[in-house]
Ligand binder design. Structure first.
Ligand code: ASP
Length: 351
């Protein structure tokens, strides 16, 4: 009887030990604590895609490099003078929107119907305020419209005619949709429409990706300013041949853009549907906040592992609260660059 009681007691102890909640995971120390945070950091992208040495001629390569450098100059000048991360993001992106090399503003790609519909978003890491516009056709600088939504409306995301009315009411520069016409983007649409007809397949973004010089081309900027505030923004024409008022990830907070002073600021470029479904920008920030991963580690895992496994192509650029930069991409190249005091990098190809 005594033995039976002992066995029962042991049995209870065994069950009890197995039902204990597991030990909480060990909280790792911050891995990237830079004691000397740079005074400021600015990171930009001009889209990912089939960008490999030899796929762009030297003259064009120089044009891209000059434009990326010029964009960095604009943001850096603001930051050197103590300007805010938000101002640096907005002004840098406005320049890129005016540059027809990139798929945003003037260089926006065409919809199936032959129009241009633009998306943009911006986020302030200081207070986690955000603004976005989707499917707008007549505002010259969508990034400024996104900022106006953030600062002058009680909302986060306005779309199409309503966003245009709001922009007009707030005095933003209006243009006719034909302002966004560029021959190269129009020809690209015609080319895809022909292929689509031949394939009898309907809309299929992979048709465009077979093109040897295919690029996403969206622009984005992420900044850490002297006050230690983070901000990010993204602006795009979306994907060539998009239809049914398709809106991609670029104006979606947490997918195309995210900023939070406790982690990082991020702008994405790539096949938007995947970036939306996997909340890419927020996922990276959440891995840092809850999983204590470093920025580099979190960004690499999401872009180079998770997205690759799921079949999503593209990349992100960003900066964390310590001024660490990450720019991973899973395509052959990405127009990208960053600047901090005494350091400037501009790259296109994978190394
Ligand atoms: N992500 C954008 C979209 O899907 C495209 C791009 O990055 O160029 O609309």
């Amino acid at each position: 009887m005594k033995n039976a009681n002992l066995l029962f007691l042991l049995f209870i102890l065994l069950i009890h030990s197995q039902c204990q909640p597991p030990n909480p995971p060990e909280i790792k120390e911050e891995q990237n604590l830079n004691v000397e945070r740079p005074e400021y950091t600015i990171v930009i992208h001009g889209g990912a895609g089939s960008i490999s040495r030899g796929s762009i001629d030297t003259a064009k390569e120089k044009m891209y490099a000059d434009s990326l450098n010029f964009a960095l100059n604009i943001g850096e000048e603001i930051l050197k003078n103590g300007g805010s991360a938000l101002d640096a993001v907005e002004q840098t992106i406005r320049f890129m929107e005016d540059c027809p090399l990139f798929n945003s503003g003037k260089g926006a790609v065409f919809t199936h119907e032959g129009t241009n519909e633009l998306d943009a978003s911006i986020m302030d890491g200081k207070n986690e305020d955000a603004g976005a516009v989707g499917g707008i056709k007549t505002v010259k600088h969508p990034i400024t419209a996104a900022r106006a939504v953030m600062e002058k409306s009680p909302h986060v995301f306005l779309a199409r005619e309503g966003a245009e009315t709001f922009s007009k009411q707030n005095g933003l520069e209006q243009v006719d949709n034909s302002y966004f016409f560029t021959q190269k983007n129009y020809d690209r649409l015609q080319n895809i429409l022909e292929k689509e007809k031949a394939n009898l397949q309907g809309y299929d973004p992979s048709i465009e990706q077979e093109n040897p010089d295919w690029k996403y081309g969206t622009v984005g900027c992420a900044v850490l300013d002297k006050a230690g505030n983070l901000a990010a923004g993204t602006s795009t024409g979306g994907m060539t041949n998009k239809r049914w008022s398709r809106i991609g990830d670029s104006p979606i907070i947490g997918a195309g853009t995210y900023a939070n002073n406790t982690t990082c600021a991020i702008s994405s470029t790539g096949h938007g549907e995947y970036f939306i479904r996997y909340a890419v920008a927020y996922d990276i920030s959440a891995r840092m906040e809850y999983g204590k991963q470093s920025f580099q580690e979190a960004a690499n895992e999401v872009i180079m592992k998770k997205l690759v496994e799921k079949g999503g192509s593209g990349g992100i650029i960003g900066v964390d609260k310590y001024g660490n930069v990450a720019m991973p991409f899973n395509t052959s190249g990405m127009f990208r660059g960053y600047a901090k005091p005494g350091k400037r990098v501009v790259k296109m190809f994978s190394e």
